[in-house]
Every structure is written in C-alpha cells, then in structure tokens.
Design a binder for this molecule. Structure first.
Ligand SMILES: [Mn+2]
Length: 479
C-alpha cells in the first residue's frame, strides 16, 4: 500500500466533517426488548413442544403416558447440525436444522435429542467440553451433562454423546424374535425420525446414525414424525411471532435501503449487496432464502436469482427477500419503478395487484378459510378488472391470465413452512399473500408480498409498516 498523499488526507478530513451531519432515523436496535430466553424463546415453550410431539406419537402408537417399562417403546430421534455440513448461504456459520431448533434451544454442534414417548421423557445427548476449547466451542461456556444443564435447556436429562447408541439399543431391545408366537409386529419398538434413508450413501451424520440403528435393530419399525411436527410448527407462539416480526422489520429496512439506492444504471447485484449488508447491519442471522432482484424482463421471472443485469430507466424492479432472525424468516416482495415514479400503465397494474391482495385478505375468516380459496378469490378479482394485456402470440387476455404462481404459503422457520397447506387456517398460523402480474411483452413484472398472522378475529398484517401503496413507494424513493 502506498503512503497517503496530502490530498487524500485532506479528503479524509472532509469526509469526517460530512459524516458528522445530523443522524438519520434511529435504526432498529440490535438488542430487542421482549426477545429473551433460549434463542429468543422461553425455555418452557421448548418443553411444551416436546410434550406435544410425544402426545401425538403416543396417540398414533396407542400408548398412554408413563406406561410401564415392559410395554413397547416409541422413540423420537432428532439430530442437530454438525460442523462440516452447516448450511449458510453467505458464510460458514453454525445453524441448527429447523426441527431440532423448534424442539430444543441448544445451539452447539453434534447434539441429538431423543424423546421416549411412552415414558414421556426427553434426553439431550451433547459433546461435553471445557470453557474456551478450540474450534466451534471457542468462547463458549463449559458444557457438562448434568442436572443444571438439563434444567437450563428444558429437557429431563442431558447425557454425553458417547452414551447415545448404548441407550438406544437398550431401550428398543432389538433384535426381538419376531417368529416367537408371543411377539407380534405390533409389539415392535418404533423409532420416529425426520430423515430419509433413501440417500444414505451421501448422507449426513443424521442419516448415518439412523442407518446404523436400523442395521442393528432389524425388527424395529422406522417411521417419520414430520407430518405430526409440521402441524405443531404451523401454529406460532407469542415468542415466535416476535421473532418473525423482528425478521420482517429487518427485511423492511432492506426494502427501504433498496428504494433509496435504486436508480437506472445500477446492476441488480448492487442492490442485492445492499440488501445483505442491511440484514447483517440489523442483526439478522442470514438471508432465509436466495434474494431475488429482477429488473425489466427479469421482473417477469418469479424465481430469478442471477441478479446480473444492469437496470434500465423504464424498468420495474421486483425485490423478493427475507431476513432470517434466530431461525425464523420473513418473506417480503416489493416492486419499485427504477425512475422513482410509476408510469400510468405501471401504476394501474400495480394498483390492481395491491387491490387483489387486499381483497383476498378482507374475505379471510379464521378457522374457515383455506389458502386455496384465497387463491381463487384473487384470481376472480384479477379477471373482473377492465384492464387487458397481450400474451407472446399477441392475443389479448383478462389479467388473471398473467398471474402465474400460487397466492401464498405458510411462513416460519422455513420460508415455505411445514404443515398441511390444504386445511382451514387457525389462529397462530402465519402465511404470505403474494399476488403478481407477469407480462413479458411489456417487460412488466409486479409482485407484492406481505406476511400475515391469523388472530381470533381475522388477520394481522405483520408487514403493515413496509411501504406498499404507489404513493408510499414513490415517497420512499424521493431523493
Ligand atoms: Mn413467498
């Protein structure tokens, strides 16, 4: 590096003066009131979830709680992450898989949660370590498999990972002589997991663990708990709603940053850089999914991830993004005119999309409405509009023809969250409403996506503070 010139030193000093200008609107604080406990949630919530899952498994297996030890066993195995296959789109940061994170707030690699549904007990197997050991344990407190740790983590027992296999095989007592006249298939132990054993050759430690147990326990029945857990994960607690609101708040900051920065001549990836920077700036763990910044013709591609095009002056820019906060992700889409003002055609189409969203939301009834119905309402609304557009062959259509994807999906730890999406929606469930119009012949793609919580009386728009009317969007972009 060359030494600084006198001019450079002078310009640094000037920049120092500029940066002392009045501060902008106060940023979201990184520490949030109300977000406390184990990864932002009360420890009792985790205990309640393991209790609820075990109750569902008992129901399925015909067991009663605290059944005698000589009855058949039904165990649930939930693996946490291990360092080598930690998934993070931007950096190799440790992250627990969502099923594990939902059931247990423990945040270190190599843990396995085992639930004994018949006995109604939970055991967390961990790698014990001393304080400040190397690698992933760096800076962490000492971890001991003892009672205080179990209490802190909301499980009945914590044990060393070295005891896992021995405990499992002792519990399931396999192999049992199936040919024995006193033993029927209904007496076999059941092991529930969330991993598929089909791809075991290139499997994760979780699949290898299951395969090992399966090989050693040939008469044990292996089953999947994902549909049971999905129905539990679908209904959000107060703490989960707070985490989602936090993720949504950070995502709104990023949409606002895009609005202020956007101008013709920028590349899509420059906006993406600002989005990811804003996520990090406000304490998001990562992006909950790949960011979409689609300008001009790319605005017509709902899943456009390249983000490589230079933005032109008449473009619309679709920005579909979501910050993740402590495993919970937002999913928000806004559409901006590159020039800061919609032209008449863009404004009319934009308003129609916004009205279709409001129309679908206004007809919602808790405990009654299904996602599919709302989808139909939005399509009917678009069809009734007097607006028209032409397809690639030049044929004219009503506007529902240009709405080419589903209206919404559940939202939570996964961006397309788990749970049966065909059932009537109940209080506590969170989902998106995201109508769109895609007219390639006009290079017009518009999508507006917001996140909603079902309450006892209707819907609460969790993203209500993020600008979405044409006037609000233009005010955000005004320089
Ligand atoms: Mn979405």
């Amino acid at each position: 590096m060359k030494p600084f010139t006198r001019w450079q030193i002078l310009s640094f000093l000037c920049l120092g003066i500029v940066s002392r200008s009045p501060a902008q609107a106060p940023p979201l604080p990184v520490e949030v009131p109300g977000i406390t406990g184990l990864r932002g949630q009360p420890v009792e919530d985790y205990r309640l979830r393991t209790q609820n899952l075990m109750a569902k498994i008992r129901e399925k297996e015909g067991l009663t709680a605290n059944s005698p030890a000589n009855q058949k066993r039904a165990l649930v195995i939930v693996s946490g992450s291990n360092p080598p296959e930690v998934a993070d789109f931007e950096e190799q940061k440790f992250r627990q898989p969502n099923d594990f994170a939902y059931l247990c707030g423990f945040d270190e690699p190599g843990a396995v949660l085992v639930l004994d549904a018949g006995a109604n007990t939970s055991t967390l197997y961990v790698r014990e370590h001393n304080a400040a050991s190397a690698g992933f344990s760096e800076g962490r407190a000492e971890l001991k498999a003892d009672e205080p740790t179990a209490k802190r983590l909301g499980v009945d027992r914590v044990s060393g990972l070295q005891n896992l296999l021995g405990d499992l095989f002792t519990a399931i007592q396999d192999p049992e002589p199936l040919a024995d006249s006193t033993t029927t298939s209904s007496d076999r132990a059941s092991i529930y997991s969330n991993v598929s054993l089909k791809k075991v050759q290139h499997g994760t430690p979780a699949t290898r663990l299951l395969q090992f147990v399966k090989d050693g326990a040939p008469t044990t029945a292996f089953k999947d708990f994902r549909s049971e857990l999905g129905e539990l994960r679908k209904v959000k607690s107060d703490a989960e709603v707070r985490l989602l609101e936090r993720a949504i708040g950070i995502t709104g900051k990023a949409e606002h940053a895009v609005a202020r920065m956007l101008e013709p001549g920028l590349f899509e990836f420059q906006l993406k850089g600002r989005i990811l920077g804003t996520f990090t700036e406000f304490g998001a763990s990562r992006a909950g999914f790949k960011s979409i910044v689609g300008s001009g013709p790319n605005s017509c591609i709902p899943h456009y991830f390249l983000n490589t095009r230079r933005i032109a002056s008449g473009d619309l820019v679709v920005v579909d993004i979501g910050a993740e906060y402590l495993n919970y992700t937002a999913d928000i889409t806004r559409t901006f005119p590159a020039l800061g003002k919609f032209n008449d055609r863009q404004r009319a189409l934009y308003q129609l999309v916004l009205d279709a969203q409001a129309h679908a939301a206004s007809r919602f009834e808790p405990g009654k409405t299904r996602l599919m119905e709302m989808d139909r309402w939005a399509r009917e609304f678009l069809r009734e509009s007097p607006l028209r557009a032409k397809d690639a062959t030049g044929q004219e259509h009503t506007m529902d023809h240009f709405f080419i994807h589903g209206l919404g999906h559940y939202l939570g730890m996964d961006v397309h969250d788990v749970g049966n999406g065909t059932l009537p929606m109940k209080p506590g469930e969170v989902f998106t409403i995201e109508p769109g119009l895609y007219i390639p012949g006009e290079e017009i793609g518009i999508r507006i996506e917001d996140d909603y919580l079902v309450t006892e009386t209707g819907l609460r728009k969790l993203s209500a503070n993020i600008a979405s009317s044409p006037a609000e969007i233009e005010a955000w972009m005004a320089k």
